[in-house]
Ligand binder design. Structure first.
Ligand SMILES: [Zn+2]
Length: 312
């Protein structure tokens, strides 16, 4: 009996121990579960943060790119994450949107359909002795009316390289530029890198873009500047086929790299010399810099000309 009671007691004690073990296990499991949940939440948070950074850098990089739909993006940007990641990329991407550097002919990619004709066209890189030409690419834009006003006030003629698709959006600026006596050149329809396209793609770009500008301006366009200054033998063949001259540049003040007009002015005036063809873009800071640029060029005794209009 005594043994039996002891057994029961022991059994009971053992049960109690098991129960308390189960309870302890339960507490530990709950703790592990909580820890796991916390980890998962942290990982989720960091995923979102990474996502936000990627998105924010993408949006930042697209500020000057066409067809961006920033408003539809539901992600709230964390401004803390933007600066260190975005700034180095921003210049890189912005640079890719504009003409810059020293243009030179690129080889035709061997896998692309290309012309069998070998072009002897020589692009224009400079103007004459004692002369300087200001060229302005990528218009017309919403800023072009202001630009034309500044040029009128400073009695200066420039050479525009207009995009076909932009000419349709701002037709009035094209006709005003022509009316004011500026030279109008062609800069493709949608600003693609022509050297990455086969001859048919380049041809289509020429025809659509020129067609769009001619809907607005019926004058014959004789000057072509390839986007980014990127051209190959096919581009030269097509330029000749369209009875056009290719105009590049020999002075790149990198006006796209700053929004400070005084820096644009300083860059232009520190490089300018007789024969300069200066590549600039239809941007507010460049427009704001133009009066000082024009004044500075004239002060050096140089004459501002268009590429060919003044010689006709
Ligand atoms: Zn351009």
């Amino acid at each position: 009996m005594e043994e039996q009671i002891l057994n029961i007691f022991c059994e009971d004690t053992s049960m109690q121990t098991n129960k308390s073990k189960i309870n302890r296990l339960g507490v530990i499991s709950a703790a592990i579960l909580m820890l796991l949940t916390a980890c998962e939440q942290t990982s989720l948070t960091s995923t979102v943060t990474t996502h936000e950074v990627i998105e924010s850098s993408m949006i930042e990089n697209q500020t000057t790119a066409p067809n961006t739909n920033i408003e539809s993006d539901p992600i709230v940007l964390d401004s803390k994450n933007e600066a260190p990641l975005v700034l180095p990329q921003k210049e890189e991407v912005t640079k890719d949107l504009y003409e810059t550097g020293k243009p030179k002919e690129e080889p035709v990619l061997t896998n692309l359909l290309h012309s069998t004709k070998n072009s002897t066209l020589k692009p224009i890189y400079s103007v004459g002795k004692g002369e300087v030409a200001i060229t302005i690419d990528d218009g017309p834009t919403s800023h072009t009316e202001e630009l034309l006003k500044v040029l009128r006030a400073n009695d200066t003629k420039v050479t525009f390289f207009f995009l076909g698709q932009n000419a349709l959006s701002y037709p009035q600026s094209v006709t005003t530029a022509v009316y004011d006596g500026h030279e109008v050149g062609y800069h493709s329809n949608s600003h693609p890198k022509l050297t990455e396209m086969d001859i048919n793609g380049q041809k289509k770009e020429f025809e659509i873009g020129l067609g769009n500008i001619n809907k607005v301006d019926h004058n014959l366009i004789t000057l072509f500047r390839p986007p980014y200054g990127a051209y190959n033998n096919d581009t030269k063949v097509l330029t000749e086929d369209h009875n056009m001259k290719m105009v590049l540049w020999n002075e790149d003040p990198r006006d796209w790299s700053t929004s400070d007009p005084s820096i644009v002015t300083q860059h232009v005036l520190s490089q300018v010399q007789q024969g300069s063809i200066i590549v600039l873009h239809d941007r507010p800071s460049t427009i704001a810099a133009l009066p000082e640029i024009i004044k500075g060029i004239r002060k050096k005794g140089l004459k501002l000309v268009t590429i060919t209009k003044d010689k006709k």
